[in-house]
Design a protein around this ligand. Structure first.
Ligand SMILES: Cc1cc2nc3c(=O)[nH]c(=O)nc-3n(C[C@H](O)[C@H](O)[C@H](O)COP(=O)(O)O)c2cc1C
Length: 180
């Protein structure tokens, strides 16, 4: 199972809309795929005690990551970086097994012109540190508001093509590790 992490908890986020579109691409490629939406994180993980004792309500998120054959991280650009909630999410995961040797690929989403390039580069440092297997073909979506229509569908064919190419190649990448 491939899991897509929608990397912000902002209400009505474009990241979630892009995640939905990516999920459709994987399903069209006959690859089971689910979304892990950080907007659904339980409020009780945001307490100082959560570092030592994870709330039961976090277990399904933790398990979703640990049992994924591959992770597609869809990450928005916030202040030239990735959202703080995403780092906190990583800090809440069990380690090393959550990211260790797990195939991961990245899609950046930004209102501005840089398409979350920095967000992904910064994230990659963390994923390398955690020994994830990084798929290096990222997709950067800039000017995202012009890429989506009012119902949240991608209307830019070039972006759609890049996402389809990434998905096709990432499935191949994930399968190589599955065969080990
Ligand atoms: C706190 C915050 C900081 C942001 N900083 C940037 C930024 O540095 N560069 C940029 O291109 N867009 C920035 N944006 C706009 C987001 O890229 C934009 O909202 C886009 O749709 C992706 O985020 P979303 O998933 O929350 O919608 C910021 C948005 C928020 C909420």
């Amino acid at each position: 199972m491939i899991r897509i992490i929608s990397g912000t908890n902002r209400d009505q986020s474009n990241t979630r809309k892009i995640s939905n579109e990516i999920q459709n691409i994987y399903l069209q490629l006959n690859t089971p795929c689910e979304i892990v939406d950080l907007k659904e994180l339980p409020g009780e993980i945001f307490t100082p005690l959560a570092y030592s004792e994870k709330p039961k309500s976090f277990e399904k998120f933790s398990t979703a990551i640990k049992t994924a054959d591959g992770l597609v991280i869809v990450i928005p650009e916030y202040n030239g970086s990735f959202p703080g909630v995403f780092k906190y999410f990583i800090d809440m995961l069990d380690f090393p097994e959550s990211l260790q040797e797990r195939p991961c690929c990245f899609v950046g989403v930004a209102a501005g012109m840089w398409g979350a390039l920095r967000s992904i580069e910064q994230l990659m440092d963390i994923f390398v540190y955690r020994n994830a297997f990084i798929f290096s073909k990222s997709v950067f979506i800039n000017n995202v508001n012009s890429v989506l229509d009012s119902s949240g569908h991608i209307i830019n064919n070039e972006v759609l093509e890049r996402l389809k190419n990434q998905a096709t190649d990432f499935i191949d990448f994930v399968n190589r590790f599955r065969k080990k």
